[in-house]
Design a protein around this ligand. Sequence first.
Ligand code: SF4
Length: 463
Amino acid sequence: MSGELHEACGVFGIVGRTDAAALTAEALFSLQHRGQESAGIAVLDNGAIHLRKGMGLVHEVFHADDVNRLGGLAAIGHVRYSTTGASRPENAQPLFVRAHLGPFALAHNGNLVDALAARDRLERQGAIFQTTTDTEVVAHLMARSHATNLAGAFQDALGQLSGGYAFAVLTPDGVLGARDPFGIRPLVLGDLGGMPCIASETCAFTAIGADFVREVEPGEVLLLAAKSGVTVLAGGDPSRDKLCAFELIYFARPDSRFGGESIYQARRRLGQQLAREAPAPADVVLGVPDSSLPAAEGFAAELSLPQELGLVKSRYVGRTFINPGQSNRESGVQRKLTVVPEVVHGRSVALIDDSLVRGTTMRHLTRLLREAGATEVHVRIASPRYLHPCHYGIDTSNRDELIAGVTREDELRQLIGADSLKFLSAQGVLRATGRPDHCLACFTGEYPVPVDEEEAGGATRDE
Ligand code: SF4
């Protein structure tokens, strides 16, 4: 992706394993792409919950000794990128709560669209919040529930909120897992040697050697326990499935699977569909590394064009020392992506990206390609035009000023300096991914869960 959209978080949970904490740490490594701000693990040990969390990447927060010291027979884990709630230590998850029904720890991916109103209500009733996350709203609702156990309190809380979410909740009875009624945020169920586990993506199962069992259904609430396995506390409705299209387009790891199919294959088909809808008069196809390479492969295969490594991504770029501002942003691109002149010199290039969020980046790329001798640059985007904010847990605040106010496609083409610019259609996304439906709200403006614009941009206060 030549812009910046950030996934909200990744969650994991497992029961019945003496190495639960270590398995959770391994799973979090594999979910690191979903959040790099903080990481945390909560374990259940003899009815007590122990927690370790901190700011930074998984390997910065956890060392082997820490993980082994955590012990426990069940655990949940979390990696975070903040979409609501500031980036600060107290907002790191899991959140630990000692309630009258017992201790519990919450790990959450997504965004609750009505959490701000719920928080105001709770504060008027005397609740004191320790964090600025919407996750804590769930914790307070659970703590005040009249249910007779934590599983009931959790369902009670979810019934009062809406949005796109996936939860892993550690309780003395095991791990609760839940997915929002439209299945916007992903959650999958796995099995490790007869013990159940849940994760945001199947790549976490691959990392620990677990088998994929099935997707947690939209609206489903599960209890995972060592003795009883998986209990369905609330049934789901697969016909309501509106999994976030961006999971398939960009966020999920290409080796993860949704709906029995690999993300890599889905991305390749997005590229093929793009080629059918918007072929380009090109000699060579380049993908913006790394996430757009499968789409570029599909695009090239469909048009029988060569796909070559014309753009190289540096994996070891640190912070820039140049002053912030527009020029800095552009030089940042140059430090991250460079052109192989031999691939593009004297050739017409089809440049494939999975989405267009930051026009400044794409403008810089087209200029680099021309400077390296490309005769024409035809930009093709393997998703529809990104026009509306996401309220379900994806940070879209980085959509840049350059393209925000541009309504005509040709004006955008001129701004990014391309000879032609085409996007995949929303219908094309559905055709390529093969799922009956998706959340496509940031492309179409049709939000599966109604959004109060007053609360748009964040369900909790960012203080
Ligand atoms: S609005 Fe866009 S980014 Fe947000 S959940 Fe829907 S498809 Fe995903």
